[in-house]
Each structure stands twice: as structure tokens, then as C-alpha cells.
Design a protein around this ligand. Structure first.
Ligand code: NAD
Ligand code: MG
Length: 297
């Protein structure tokens, strides 16, 4: 069985997704995604890079967050995943995979759109893990809208609360617990540089996440806490089939990249492992693009 370290051609490591048109209510479930995504269940091999670490990953139930949770656990970290209560089914499957690797798994259902919920989430994670030294702000809301006149004030607000405010609230609550050596990793997007005309609110939050990451990285570096970001390109996850993209765009999803295919969530995991691990000690305020070859600044 090949794994992420097997020498292989990136063009055909995965076939084109060739997704049938499909629609799930937001937030969507990995369990109902067709075809299923590779979160590394069978393919991610740990090499001991996060032994003894304690991680909180928001949106860790599915997609990129699930792939990161699986990889962190196989690298030796104990992992808390946060997710919406409606995603219990996906979360259970990830908890099982974390535990199978011999790590502690903590499941924390919470809607992170209020400051109180974010503070409680961090408190619960710290208590259950016995500390915290990796924070991955990965939860995100993406709902396409073709005309600004139709973009509701409520959606604009919720997108910002989920993608930007929650990152601020969670990071602020986590800081008193993070020892020197800790890593904060924010999930941004290629949308920060190449915004789609139908993702005005979402793309704007992702540009904010980039700037927040760089400013906070400079502030926290002297304290020994590194802040970085990962910017995925088109990745096959439930976000895309639950309002993230119009249904008719799904069959060609990801074909605009230089590799000519969408990415799988597990292809993101090594970037997060690298930024979480001490080996990236001199990497601060960086945005690591994992996008199949879409030129970015
Ligand atoms: P996903 O649907 O699997 O993950 C998003 C997660 O966000 C959900 O599982 C959910 O648990 C969480 N979430 C959403 N609203 C929430 C709320 N109010 N409270 C708590 N949790 C909430 O999809 P994904 O694509 O893996 O998304 C993960 C991150 O990657 C997001 O930040 C997304 O913007 C980013 N991203 C995705 C792509 C892509 O093509 N899939 C590209 C660039 C960036
Ligand atoms: Mg999910």
C-alpha cells in the first residue's frame, strides 16, 4: 500500500474527482460525499514528529480538518476536534481513527459563532487534553452567491463570525495556555488571491485570515509561539457540495489547476504537520500554498 512518502507522480496520485452533481444541506457530511474523499485513513504514515503534543483542530470532523486530525494522531499527538452538533456522525468516525493510532481523542461539538462558545471550547479542550500546544483554526463557512444584492446581511455576518471572529476568539482564549514552542495554524485559501465572483464574503474573510496570521506571527514570535497559515486550492470536501459551489461546477471541480485535478484532504496534512512540528522552528508568518499549482503572490 502506498503512503504519502511513496515516490509517485502527483498528476495521477489521485484521479480527477469526476463528481456527480450533488447537494447536501450545510455543513455537509463526509459520510455522504460521492465519491468519498481520501483523508489519509489508509495512506498517511506517521513518523513521530508530534510525539507528546496536544492539538485542538476546529472543523476536525471532516475534510481537511479530519485529514489533519488523523495525521496529527499518527505523528503522536493527542487531538481534540471541534465541529457542529449536526456533524456527530463524521466526528465519531474521526475519533475512532485517532484512537486507533493510540492517541487520545476528544470530541467537542460547539457552534463557534459566539465568543462564549469559543472560550468554553478552548477551556474544554485544555481540560481534556491536559494542556494545549497546537491550535488549528480550520472551521469555515462558504456559501456561494451570484449577486451582491442577494447576499443577505445574515450570511455576510455568519461567514465573518465563523471564519474570522471565531479565529480571534479561540486564539485569544488559547493564548494563556500555549507554552513557548507552540504552533498556531490558520486555514486560509487561494481565494485570498484569486477571489471568485460568487464568493465575495468568503474570499474577503480569507484575505483577512492571511493578514491576521502575519500580524499575530510578528507579535507572538518573541514569545516562542509560531503562527502560520495553509492556503488550500480546490480540495474535495463536504464544504463544496453543501453550498460552497454551484452544483453544475462539481463535475469539473479542480480541473483548472496545473495538476489538472482537485486535491484530496490528505494531501494537505503534511503542510500542517510541518508547521506544527519543531522542525519548522524558523518558519513564522508564512502562508504555505497547497493548491495544485495556482500561481499566488
Ligand atoms: P469541511 O466542511 O469538511 O470543513 C469545514 C468545517 O467547518 C465543518 O466540518 C464544520 O465542522 C466547521 N464549521 C462550519 N461552521 C461552523 C460553526 N458555526 N461552528 C463550528 N464549526 C463550524 O470543509 P473543508 O473544505 O475541509 O474546510 C476546512 C477549511 O478549509 C475551511 O476553512 C475552508 O474555508 C478551507 N478551504 C477549503 C478549500 C476546499 O476547496 N475545500 C479550499 C480552501 C480553503
Ligand atoms: Mg464537517
Amino acid at each position: 500500500m502506498s503512503d504519502q512518502l511513496t515516490f509517485q507522480n502527483p498528476v495521477d496520485r489521485y484521479p480527477s474527482v469526476d463528481a456527480p452533481e450533488q447537494q447536501q444541506p450545510a455543513p455537509g457530511l463526509d459520510e455522504e460525499l460521492t465519491p468519498t474523499a481520501d483523508r489519509g485513513e489508509e495512506t498517511y504514515r506517521g513518523t513521530g514528529r508530534l510525539e507528546g503534543r496536544c492539538a485542538l483542530i476546529t472543523g476536525g470532523d471532516s475534510g481537511i480538518g479530519a485529514a489533519v486530525a488523523i495525521a496529527f494522531a499518527r505523528e503522536g499527538a493527542d487531538v481534540a476536534i471541534a465541529y457542529l452538533p449536526d456533524e456527530e456522525q463524521d466526528a465519531r468516525a474521526v475519533v475512532e481513527l485517532i484512537e486507533k493510532s493510540g492517541s487520545t481523542a476528544v470530541a467537542l461539538p460547539a457552534d463557534i459563532t459566539t465568543p462564549d462558545a469559543c472560550r468554553a471550547l478552548v477551556g474544554d479542550a485544555v481540560e481534556a487534553l491536559g494542556g494545549l500546544d497546537i491550535l488549528v483554526n480550520n472551521a469555515g463557512k462558504q456559501q456561494f452567491c451570484e449577486r451582491l444584492e442577494d447576499l443577505s446581511d445574515e450570511q455576510f455576518d455568519e461567514t465573518f463570525r465563523t471564519n474570522v471572529y471565531a479565529m480571534f476568539w479561540i486564539t485569544k482564549a488559547a493564548l494563556p495556555h500555549l507554552p513557548a514552542g507552540s504552533s498556531i495554524i490558520n486555514t486560509t485559501s487561494v481565494q485570498a488571491y484569486l477571489p471568485s465572483e460568487i464568493l465575495v464574503d468568503y474570499a474577503t474573510t480569507k484575505a483577512s485570515i492571511n493578514t491576521f496570521t502575519k500580524a499575530l506571527a510578528s507579535q507572538l514570535a518573541p514569545r516562542g509561539i509560531r503562527v502560520n497559515a495553509v492556503a488550500p486550492g480546490p480540495i474535495w470536501t463536504p464544504l463544496q457540495v453543501s453550498g460552497g459551489q454551484p452544483k453544475d461546477k462539481l463535475p469539473d471541480f479542480g480541473e483548472q489547476t496545473a495538476l489538472g485535478r482537485a486535491g484530496q484532504p490528505t494531501e494537505l496534512a503534511p503542510a500542517y504537520v510541518f508547521l506544527a512540528s519543531p522542525e519548522s522552528s524558523y518558519v513564522v508568518g508564512e502562508t504555505l500554498n497547497v493548491n495544485g499549482g495556482m500561481p499566488t503572490p
